[in-house]
Structure formats: C-alpha cells, structure tokens
Design a protein around this ligand. Structure first.
Ligand code: C5P
Length: 208
C-alpha cells in the first residue's frame, strides 16, 4: 500500500522543522528532519579531519551513516551548517541519502522536511508545502535559537552565514532548493509558530 508522505521544504530557519513536527503529531505520522542526514555526514567528515568538499570521502561517509549518527548532540552550529551544505552539493552523497529517505517514507508514511522532498525525494507526494520567510526574519530566528543554545554570535554574522548557505543550496546543480510546481507556498515572516501551524494545517487538509 502507498503511504501518505507530506513534503515540507524551504530555506534555513523558515520554521519548517517546527511546523513539520507539529503536523506529524497532529496527523499521527512519523517525522523525519532530512537536514540531519546531511549534518551527520558532514560531522563524520569533520571527525576524521577530512574535507567536507571531498567527493570521495563524503560519499564513503554517506554510505557508512548509522542511526546513532543522527542522535548526536553536535549537529547544529555554524561549523555543522557549513559542512552539511558542502556535502549536500555532492551527487554521490545525495544518491546515498535518497534511498535512506525513500525507505523511511515508504515504510510508514511521513512528514519530511528538507530542501528537495517535493521536487526529488517524493515528487508524487500528494501534499507539498514550501515554507519561507524574509532573510532578515530567518536570521533573527536562528540567532534567538543559537542564543538559547549558548552559541552567541553577532546577528549580522548569523545573517551572512545563512545567506551564503541559502545561495549554495539554491545554486547547486543537483536538487537545488526551489518550490515544486505543485507546492503550496507559506510565508511565515509575520506569523508566529501557532499561526504558521494553523495555516499549514489548513493547506494540508485542503489537499488530503
Ligand atoms: O535543514 P537544515 O538546515 O538542517 O539542512 C542542513 C543542510 O543540508 C542545508 O543547508 C542543505 O544544504 C542540506 N539539505 C539538503 N537537502 C535536504 C535537507 C538538507 O540539501 N533535503
């Protein structure tokens, strides 16, 4: 039987993780944060002192990825952000993670958040959301999150790193960040988490 997959894509810090997690709880579906897969591959490379832009080393780490890697506590922060975005440009890494993501979704259905779920991983997903917000607002949210984790960086540096990562994610030749043609667009710039969830749930219900 085919399982329900809901794709939630968008740029960094648009609120898609919070939204996708709540949608999953509401609809009793498993949730997968696909960014964690890229983060964990990047982290494995950093651990070995390898270069996250090295395609051969990165592909090997993507193939060796374990479930334990995804539970690590050090997958967030500027270094992990950069490493994730670098390995995400490598076609062999994306190919290895594609199988992983499809298996997950096909097994029980899922709400999955990422950059290319609606365009590449599950192009036939019946429900696709593309969640965005202005770069200034996204940088502000990421800065608040980082403060809460004790990672104090100046706001303008957070914004500059986020814009660089968005540019890399949008410009890469494999699976670039862009809305699927049939995605519903949700701009959360002026919405709090509650309002964003209500809007997303309405869009999902209209498509189910
Ligand atoms: O969503 P998150 O910020 O955790 O993702 C980290 C990085 O992983 C992104 O900058 C992007 O380069 C990559 N990614 C991706 N495709 C996905 C999810 C994440 O390329 N589906």
């Amino acid at each position: 039987t085919r399982r329900l997959v809901i794709a939630v894509d968008g740029p960094a810090a648009a609120g898609k993780g919070t939204l996708a997690r709540r949608l999953a709880a509401e609809l009793a579906l498993p949730y997968l944060d696909t960014g964690l897969l890229y983060r964990a591959v990047g982290r494995r490379l950093l651990d070995r002192g390898a270069d996250p832009t090295d395609p051969v080393a990165a592909a090997a780490e993507a193939c060796a990825l374990t479930h334990e890697d995804l539970g690590r506590g050090d997958l967030r922060g500027p270094e992990a952000d950069r490493a994730a975005s670098a390995v995400a440009t490598i076609p062999a890494v994306r190919a290895a993670l594609l199988d992983w993501q499809r298996d997950f979704g096909q097994r029980h259905g899922a709400v999955m958040d990422g950059r290319d779920i609606g365009t590449v991983v599950f192009p036939e997903a019946p429900v696709k959301l593309f969640v965005s917000a202005s770069p200034e607002e996204r940088a502000r949210r990421r800065w608040v999150e980082m403060q809460a984790r004790g990672q104090a960086l100046p706001l303008d540096q957070v914004e500059a790193e986020m814009r660089a990562r968005d540019a890399q994610d949008s410009a890469r030749s494999v699976a670039p960040l862009k809305p699927a043609e049939d995605a519903a667009l949700l701009d959360t710039t002026s919405l709090d988490a509650e309002a964003a969830f209500a809007a997303a749930l309405a869009l999902v219900r209209a498509r189910m």
